[in-house]
Design a protein around this ligand. Sequence first.
Ligand SMILES: [Zn+2]
Ligand SMILES: [Zn+2]
Length: 216
Amino acid sequence: MSCDFLKLRPLHQPCGLPPPPEGEELDCLCVALCQRVRLTRFAAARNDDGMDTESGHDDFATGGCACGAVRYSLAIAPYSVNCCHCTDCQRQSGSAFGLNAVIETEHVRASGPELLTDQAPSGSGAGQTICRCPQCRTVVWSHYAVMGPRVTFVRVGTLDQPALCPPTVHIFTRSKLYWLPLDPAVPAFAAFYAGRDIPALLGEAGAARLRALRAG
Ligand SMILES: [Zn+2]
Ligand SMILES: [Zn+2]
């Protein structure tokens, strides 16, 4: 038994839930993910194909802005969750880091008013287009210039269940705030990672998704 996140990063901690039935292995990263795996399995066991796809019930995750006007769903798990400690992310978030679930834009479905866009700097220097609710101004995601509009960097804090997206990589740790300890099991890079790091970081499936995006 596994969940999408196993392809992103190796198991590093037990989930604390009761063990799965004999002969079945439940590998997961945290309680929230285990619960999701279990819910999925529960639905499968009931042969429940009556899930309401219109409401996004079988999507990987849902989220929205502070005022509720903008709602969105992620159809599948992100291929990476970047915890960025660059000074731009610190400034823009008003906090210690930016946390982005990185996913193909085609798997993001949004409803509500058209998002406002602003240009903002990014750690790489190439910049990003920030997308926010026109009413409450919450930033729900951005598109980094280096990846283009086909990739969406969803602000994990806007998910209904942010615990679904723990960081799979820490970047720009050279400006990480000193009081923040990092999980040693999660790869960390002083700046951005190199191409040779991608297979280990994203797994086979994630690397293939990234290749497909770059191939255009
Ligand atoms: Zn709003
Ligand atoms: Zn950053």
